[in-house]
Structures are given as structure tokens and as C-alpha cells.
Write a protein that binds this ligand. Structure first.
Ligand code: PMP
Length: 480
């Protein structure tokens, strides 16, 4: 039986989770020892600099990565398909800083445009610049749901403003999200993040009151969705529904088109604003994101990552004019009905020029077709490897987002009806440890993966996928 799965087939993926959770495989002890030894001997420089950094940075690291085990790497250069560490090791970059560098690391046309902008415009003006319009128009061109667009500094910030817009527009407070989806780390959106059943566990330092109006529904469960909308009617109605339209953690547990269609109908029926958080998927799942693929128009779309071409700050919100026009800039006081938004470095020349140039380059290079062809082939080859070495796995892709999951650590919470909370915590921790070992092994074999299970390919890594496949085989062949 092949381990290959269709990346949009929720049922098969969900079924496979069970097999992995109940029958996980792990790397042989001899392999773990070998990879630990790699770190000891080949990554000693990283170990030292991270230790030193602990004197001024909490834990010495500022990114939440799988590759922080057994210790983080000191990356000194990112170029094309590769990342280099301080010890002179070269890695194929499947992390891609979490997704924004879809054209490759330090992609010359984007870098050159940014350097030109710095020479011609400077780093910041604090005034309007036409580069803002260029980017906004390019986004509108590909997103018919976007009448107006406002740049922000990050995806988290953009999600925060999107929910504020929706509440101001509807005059209601309640919001519904799909359990497990990530919408940044702001107070109100920190409920049920990353994995089903996490509830308030990530809300350390967040008062319960902040989470008063948010409820989570199970992915693809239309009854649960209908129940929550009806329930909210007894309590002021629903202001908004927000989701990662591809599903939890960039499609690790995909949401079906049928489900999304019902969400759209219910939002219309109950007068709720539909927000698609396309921070990851916009300009990655094709130019038009999931909304183009599923032919569904949200009222608001949250953008991030690719829209600043891999440069800071990557965030923005776009949508219907009647909702977006609440953001009109300019000074006001007192009785204004405006939705407050600010940002010292928002919509600066670097973000806008890099973003605009990157989007034009995606068009010019026909990147998405090339990425899809390469990713579809590569994922099937990986699944064949998992078959060959008899490793239970979920291997699938949605265009250039690849899920290569051998431990299902994010999915244990889906079995909330079968396991006690203690058992869920225990199994999740055990699966997470296996994921860390896997990431360590991949790293020692020359590949940096993202989040352990999810991984991205970009226009430059297409050229090195054969090498990557060899590295995966070296790791897979050492499973028990
Ligand atoms: N939404 C989604 C779907 C994301 O994946 C992320 C970041 N990974 C965010 C929001 C937050 O974006 P940022 O990290 O730019 O704050």
C-alpha cells in the first residue's frame, strides 16, 4: 500500500494519523548516536555561539524551530537553495524561514530592486510613496475579493486588525475559529493554536477575559459549525469566522472545499465576516491563494510572508471596501468611527518594493507551475521511500507545501474522545521527541526542515531535489 496521500483528501489523512499514533517508528539507537556525534563534531561552533548568546537573548535563540534540537544552529548565510552555518556546513533549505522566500534565498532580482530603492528613496519617508500603490494594485489583480488593501508589519498584526475590523463592522463580538489553526500570537487569537485540544494552554500571560468571545470548532465538522453559529445567536451573534483556509498548520489537516462552502453560506446567513488567513497560502498555493483554488470569496483576507518578498515587514489585510474603509488613515480624535491602526515602519519602501518585485518575478518565471510539478513528483518519490523502508507516514503536498509526517505529534489532540488529557499530553510529548530526532537526522544529512513535519520547496531547491531525495533515503533507511 502506498504511503502517498492526496493533499486535499482530509479523510484519508485523518485516518492515517491513527496508524502513526498507534504504531510510530523511530530511528535506530545507532543512528541517533551517529547524528548526535555529527552535532558534537561538526556543529561545535554553533553550540558555542548559541551558549554565548544566552547571556543576552532568552535561551539564546529567537525562532521556534524544530532544528533547535539538540542545539540551535548559527546560520551565517542563506543563498539560493542553501543555508550555511558557522562551522562551514551547507544545508538544503527546506525551512525557508517559514515560507516567505518562495523564489529562493537572497534572490538577486528582489535584492537588486531593494538596493535600488534604498539608493533612490531611502529606507523610510513616513509619507505616502507610490511603491505602496504598486503592491496594493498587484494584490488586487490576483484577489478579486480585495477592493482595498492595507499593509502591516506582520501576519500576527494583520490578523489582529482583521478581527477588529470585523467587530467594528458588525457591531458584534463573538468569533469562531477552526481548532488547531494558527493566527499569530496576539492575545485574543492564542486559543486552540497549532493542535486540536490545546485550548488555553498557549495563553500564558493572557487574562481569561481576552478569550471570552472566541470559540473553536472541529475541522470539517459541519454540524459543529452550525451548532456554534446557532449557539452564538443566543449571545449577541457572530462577528467573524477566521480560518487558515488550507487547514491547521498550513494544511497538515486540510479543510475541504465542501466545508468552506458551508462556512461561506453560514457567514452570509448569520451576518458574520469571513476572514481567510492566507499568510502562508497567498502567492504560494498559486497567485490567487486558496480562495482562487476553491473559488470562494472571503470578506477579508490576511496576507503575510510572500507579500514582502522575504523582507521585513510582511503583513497586510485586504477585502471589501465597506469593511476596509474603516481603516482610512489620518489624525482623528474622539467620536471617530475609525478602526485604529498604526505602525511606524509599516508600508516602507523596502517591504513594498521587495513584495512587488517578488510578485512580478513569480509571474515572470511561471514559478507556481514549476513548483507544483516538482513538488508532486518529489512527494511521490518520498512516499515510495517510506514504503520501501516500511515507515508508517503521512506524505502529501499542497503545491509547494510538503507534509512529511512520521510521528503526527500535532494530531494527537484530534483523539480527544479516546484519550484522557494526561494521555494526550504524554503521547504528544513522545511524538514530539521523535520529530526532533527526525529533524536532527535530516540536518545531519544536509537538509533543514521546517516545523519537523511541514517543509517548503522554492524555485531554487527544485534544482537540488535529487540530492534531497538521497538524504531522505539515508535517514529513512535507519528507521527500526
Ligand atoms: N497566520 C498564519 C497562518 C501563519 O502561518 C503565521 C506565521 N507562521 C501567522 C499568521 C503570523 O504571522 P507572523 O509570524 O508574520 O506574525
Amino acid at each position: 500500500m502506498t504511503q502517498y496521500l492526496d493533499g486535499y483528501d482530509y479523510k484519508s489523512i485523518h485516518k492515517k494519523v491513527r496508524e502513526i499514533i498507534f504504531n510510530p517508528k523511530r530511528l535506530k539507537k545507532s543512528a541517533i548516536d551517529k547524528y548526535m556525534n555529527y552535532y558534537e563534531t561538526k556543529c561545535a561552533g554553533s553550540r558555542q555561539t548559541i551558549e554565548d548568546a544566552k547571556s543576552c537573548i532568552p535561551g539564546g535563540v529567537q525562532h521556534n524551530l524544530a532544528n533547535n534540537y539538540p542545539w540551535a544552529l548559527d546560520g551565517v548565510k542563506a543563498e539560493g537553495a542553501y543555508i550555511y552555518d558557522i562551522d562551514g556546513n551547507r544545508y538544503i533549505d527546506f525551512l525557508q524561514a517559514g515560507g516567505p522566500t518562495i523564489l529562493g534565498n537572497n534572490y538577486p532580482p528582489v535584492r537588486d530592486a531593494v538596493i535600488d530603492a534604498l539608493h533612490e528613496i531611502g529606507n523610510l519617508t513616513g509619507l505616502y510613496g507610490d511603491f505602496e500603490k504598486q503592491l496594493a494594485m498587484k494584490i488586487k489583480e490576483h484577489y478579486p475579493s480585495v477592493d482595498l488593501f492595507r499593509m502591516l508589519a506582520s501576519g500576527s498584526e494583520a490578523c489582529m486588525i482583521a478581527i477588529r475590523l470585523a467587530r467594528a463592522y458588525t457591531g458584534k463580538n463573538n468569533m469562531i475559529k477552526v481548532k488547531g489553526c494558527y493566527h499569530g500570537f496576539t492575545d485574543q487569537l492564542i486559543y486552540e493554536i497549532r493542535s486540536i485540544g490545546t485550548g488555553k494552554t498557549a495563553a500564558v500571560g493572557v487574562p481569561d477575559e481576552c478569550l471570552e468571545y472566541i470559540s473553536g470548532v472541529m475541522p470539517n465538522d459541519i454540524e459543529d459549525l452550525e451548532r456554534q453559529f446557532a449557539e452564538n445567536e443566543k449571545n449577541g451573534g457572530t462577528a467573524l469566522f477566521i480560518t487558515e483556509p488550507l487547514g491547521q498548520d498550513s494544511g497538515a489537516l486540510p479543510l475541504t472545499k465542501e466545508y468552506q462552502q458551508r462556512v461561506r453560506e453560514l457567514c452570509d446567513q448569520y451576518g458574520a465576516v469571513l476572514i481567510y488567513d492566507e499568510v502562508v497560502t497567498a502567492f504560494r498555493i498559486g497567485m490567487g491563494g486558496i480562495q482562487e483554488l476553491y473559488d470562494i470569496r472571503p470578506d477579508l483576507t490576511v496576507f503575510g510572508k510572500v507579500i514582502a518578498g522575504g523582507y521585513p515587514g510582511a503583513g497586510g489585510v485586504g477585502g471589501k471596501a465597506e469593511i476596509m474603509s474603516q481603516l482610512t488613515a489620518g489624525l482623528t480624535l474622539g467620536s471617530s468611527k475609525k478602526v485604529m491602526v498604526g505602525g511606524t515602519i509599516t508600508a516602507n519602501p523596502v517591504s513594498c518594493v521587495a513584495g512587488y518585485t517578488a510578485l512580478c518575478e513569480l509571474e515572470r518565471t511561471d514559478a507556481h507551475n514549476k513548483l507544483k510539478t516538482a513538488a508532486d513528483k518529489f512527494t511521490r518519490q518520498l512516499a515510495d521511500l517510506a514504503d520501501k523502508y516500511e515507515i508508517p507516514s503521512m506524505i502529501f503536498n499542497q503545491e509547494s507545501i510538503l507534509h512529511i509526517d512520521l510521528n503526527a505529534f500535532q494530531h494527537v489532540g484530534s483523539f480527544i474522545d479516546e484519550f484522557s488529557p494526561e494521555e494526550i499530553a504524554e503521547r504528544t510529548a513522545a511524538a514530539m521527541h521523535l520529530m526532533h530526532e527526525y529533524s536532527m537526522a535530516m540536518c545531519a544529512e544536509g537538509i533543514i526542515v521546517a516545523g519537523g513535519n511541514k517543509t517548503y520547496i522554492n524555485l531554487q531547491t527544485i534544482e537540488v531535489l535529487d540530492d534531497a531525495l538521497d538524504a531522505y533515503e539515508r535517514v529513512f533507511s535507519q528507521y527500526e
